[in-house]
Design a protein around this ligand. Structure first.
Ligand code: FES
Length: 112
């Protein structure tokens, strides 16, 4: 099914170690995070009450929400035990010398 195919988008300027950069790609706002010499791409909206996760910080492989401090694993997006929530995470790879994030085509773009 073509709807499940990833489309790769260049990230642009990369964040510095420990920095969380908010970027808008294909109509979605995501966080690009550099942590331990590894890049991660996650959703930017906290599922708890909608805070902007790019205003948070990283702690031992987790993205921490600045409002009520929910923690989300940078690799899986899973919230800490007891939170019962998660954030989306996106794959990153180098394509033709550019770091790119892979995103599925949103359902509304498949329809219209
Ligand atoms: S808004 Fe993020 S933990 Fe409450």
């Amino acid at each position: 099914m073509t709807g499940d195919k990833l489309v790769w988008h260049p990230i642009g300027a990369l964040p510095k170690e420990g920095e969380i950069r908010k970027v808008k790609i294909d109509g979605r706002t995501i966080c690009i995070v550099e942590q331990g010499n590894q890049l991660y791409a996650t959703g930017a909206r906290c599922p708890h009450a909608g805070a902007d996760l790019s205003q948070g910080w990283c702690d031992r492989g987790k993205l921490v929400c600045p409002v009520h401090r929910h923690h989300f694993d940078l690799e899986s997006g899973r919230g800490d035990p007891g939170q019962g929530n998660f954030i989306p995470v996106f794959p990153i790879q180098t394509i033709e010398g550019k770091m790119c994030v892979g995103m599925k085509v949103p359902w509304w773009k498949r329809i219209f």
